[in-house]
Ligand binder design. Structure first.
Ligand SMILES: [Zn+2]
Length: 481
């Protein structure tokens, strides 16, 4: 969870206007084919910029200028060889352990720290980034957005009216959901081809791209625990994708691989979920960086996103969520919240929650989809105002009221030193002093992940012995109290 950022849902309305005004036919720059184009390039760039703010804020960026420069330099080199070199190409590292990469219209490309940890060389990273550049140059993302937006416009319209309650419709339908476009299999093939083209023009060895395909398949099979969806869910694999790439690069030889440069760039990088940004220990949420804790009802589905933490009842008819609030004091934050149209607040009560200044208030919302009842609590702590929002379908509220109240009143300062000092797991590049398999490396280097994970990130088998002198990825530290 990070400080408050205003929900940016206005773009949906802007977009529908654009669609009405800008329908036309143009030549696709990467494929040379004529296609129905809903959006001119200047609008595509403006749209990408807006989406980028939302994506960066919601997913969170990994704070490491050197690592970001490594990805960005490589990305810009590839993009310069593309059919759209003059787009404002922007490359970002997303602070998430999931293995994925995303492309937004206008030239915004994101790679997760999760995928960086799973790649073995600069050539592999170039394969991933080149593929994403292909989605932009062939205008897949902008076309995809237009399709999804048109289909989703009716639903979103209802949500814009009450952005505060957008999660009522289900977590998948949040604004962030729009970032994770799913491409078609033809688009995937085309991006593979374009990616290979950019790799070869930049003199990278294209052959490792086939290894990347294999790794992505293995990672998807192993499942993940991040905050964003995995590669396979946003990039469906066309049949024989790996073989197709192998066939295309069969004649290609040599080119840059730069394994060491990649390993040096990711040495020390956070691995897995970062507990300093908050983690659940059973039904308690602990946030070491912001020094607070609070409890959620047992058995509820827990949500730990960058900007919102909470839980949803098993029946999906009640939710409790904690976010940062806009406003300097609980009273100001409370006033801003209840200024929203459609929300009717009851009488507020100022009291202390575990010694912290707080303002709580019951509320009702009457919408076309039905009525909601809930409570808000604005709590001042550590220079921030936190907002706890708990609500349920109106007729079920009484059954949840006590659990919600307990949860709200559990918000407190975090004082457990062991939790405050918790550290994330980190990648450590080590040189094998003797031949070892991932299974043997776990004990030899006090790894804090399983042999299977070590095998996966090192692109090898659990019992395959890697030679002495080889540099390998290890994961150390990060034990939770
Ligand atoms: Zn793709």
């Amino acid at each position: 969870m990070t400080p408050y950022r205003a929900a940016n849902l206005g773009f949906v309305l802007t977009f529908s206007v654009l669609v009405a005004l800008a329908t036309g036919c143009s030549v696709n720059p990467a494929t040379g084919k004529r296609q129905l184009s809903l959006i001119p390039e200047s609008q595509e760039i403006a749209m990408g910029k807006q989406y980028d703010q939302q994506a960066s804020g919601s997913m969170g960026l990994y704070d490491d200028p050197e690592l970001t420069a490594y990805v960005s330099d490589l990305g810009k080199e590839l993009a310069a060889t593309s059919e759209r070199p003059s787009l404002p190409w922007t490359f970002r590292v997303v602070d998430d352990p999931t293995v994925n990469a995303f492309a937004l219209p206008g030239g915004y490309i994101y790679v997760t720290r999760g995928i960086l940890a799973h790649l073995e060389s600069e050539a592999e990273l170039a394969g991933v980034v080149g593929h994403e550049i292909g989605h932009v140059t062939a205008r897949h993302s902008v076309n995809q957005i237009s399709k999804q937006q048109l289909a989703g416009l009716a639903t979103m319209g209802a949500m814009i009216a009450k952005p505060e309650l957008q999660q009522f419709g289900g977590l998948a339908e949040t604004g962030l959901g729009l970032m994770f476009l799913k491409f078609g299999r033809d688009d995937e093939r085309q991006s593979d081809d374009l990616g290979l083209r950019y790799l070869q023009r930049s003199n990278y060895d294209p052959r490792p791209m086939a290894d990347v395909m294999e790794m992505l398949q293995l990672v998807s099979a192993a499942g993940g625990s991040g905050r964003v969806p995995g590669w396979m869910s946003t990039h469906p694999a066309p049949a024989n994708r790996r073989q197709r790439i192998l066939d295309q690069v069969a004649g290609a030889g040599g080119g840059t691989v730069n394994r060491d440069r990649h390993l040096n760039a990711i040495d020390g990088m956070v691995f897995g979920l970062d507990p300093r940004e908050g983690y659940f220990k059973e039904d308690r949420f602990l946030h070491p960086d912001l020094r607070f804790r609070f409890d959620l009802p047992g058995g509820w589905a827990q949500i730990n996103q960058k900007t919102v933490v909470g839980a949803m009842a098993p029946e999906k008819d009640a939710i409790i969520q904690l976010t940062m609030a806009a406003g300097a004091t609980p009273a100001e934050a409370d006033r801003k919240f209840y200024e929203q149209e459609g929300i009717t607040g009851g009488s507020g009560s100022s009291s202390r929650i575990n010694g912290l200044p707080a303002l709580t208030r019951p509320f009702t919302v009457t919408a076309e989809q039905g009525s909601l009842r809930g409570i808000t609590a604005f709590i001042s702590y550590g220079g921030n105002v936190y907002r706890l929002l708990a609500y349920a379908i109106a007729e079920r509220f009484s059954g949840y009221e006590q659990a919600m109240s307990l949860s709200v009143r559990s918000f407190a300062e975090l004082t457990d030193r062991r939790v405050l000092d918790v550290e994330p797991k980190r990648l450590k590049i080590v040189t094998l002093s003797r031949s070892r398999s991932p299974r043997e490396m776990v004990g030899a280097y006090s790894a804090t992940v399983t042999a299977e994970t070590l095998a996966l990130i090192n692109h090898t088998g659990v019992d395959v012995k890697l030679p002495s002198g080889r540099r390998v990825k290890m994961v150390v530290g990060g034990e939770l109290p």
